[in-house]
Design a protein around this ligand. Sequence first.
Ligand code: KG4
Ligand code: ZN
Length: 333
Amino acid sequence: MDILTLGIESSCDETSVAVVRNGREILSNVISSQIESHKEFGGVVPELASRMHVQNVIQVIDSSLCEAGCTLEDIDQIGVTFGPGLIGALLVGVSAAKALAYKLKVPLCPVHHLEGHISANFLQAPDLEPPFICLVASGGHSHIVECIDYGKFRILGQTRDDAAGEAFDKISRAIGLGYPGGPAIDKAAKNGDPNKISFPRVHFENSLDFSFSGVKTAVLNYINNTKEFKVEDVCASFQNALVSILTENLMKANEATGYNKIVIAGGVAANSALRASVTDAANKCGAKIYMPSPILCTDNGAMIASSAYYALKRGRQADLELNAVANISLESI
Ligand code: KG4
Ligand code: ZN
């Protein structure tokens, strides 16, 4: 029998609700982005995000059901991002999910946001099964993760300072390309020389950790101390440095575990240079590579519904005491 999961995501600046069949097939995935409202402030304003989620969530749920061609009565179970993220923003999604689960008398499943990002891959690759190695790079996190089984993770490396997406956003703001920085830098870099400026690439001995604050500072110093430069060259050279660090650690992790199955996820996985670089590296060593289409890399409800489907199968169910958590490790779910 088919199982329909309603997935709700509201951890940052996207209110998104999706209906997913059997954990893999998207029936609808409505994403209401707040980017235009946060743009003038140069980044996400938490209080504004919470208020906008409150204004939007009911309408997004209705649109998602309508697009999926079903009603609330057809929903078998509900998944919701409970953390990590902006606490006020998370609370809106968690409250809506609890109200629906109570009314419909269906199971409610708490989903870790990064687990959701990883699961975006299950929506487009019918053959993908754990175990595999995954790079999860978003605005708030940069992790190398061993996905041992559905919902079971081991963090092999993580950033010691800024997240990759955060570095994109900060450089973009400094260079005048606005928020969000990732897509803007990705676009500008297409017309620049990735080898024009040599920015530092930090490696740690015997560790798969990242550090992006050094490259960020080097770019900011370059912008401040250089009289004339081509913005496109700075973007391409910065992106090149970042992408090469991400790719190198991902490939090292794959080699160490021997899975030969590599996955990328999170907003930064939408980056065209990163996608090309990991595809090339995987092809060279004969590993299989998976990546969601760019729209499923950034925050969406479908990835949460997919995670909830597999987590509920393994008995992860919450009661109406479920609370949002601003910080929680992927290993502790
Ligand atoms: O996963 P996501 O939607 O939200 C978080 O969980 O943080 O990721 C958003 C981040 C932002 O920092 C944004 O600049 C970055 O992903 N991003 C990109 C691209 N598209 C989004 N970074 C690099 N290249 C892109 N094309
Ligand atoms: Zn995210």
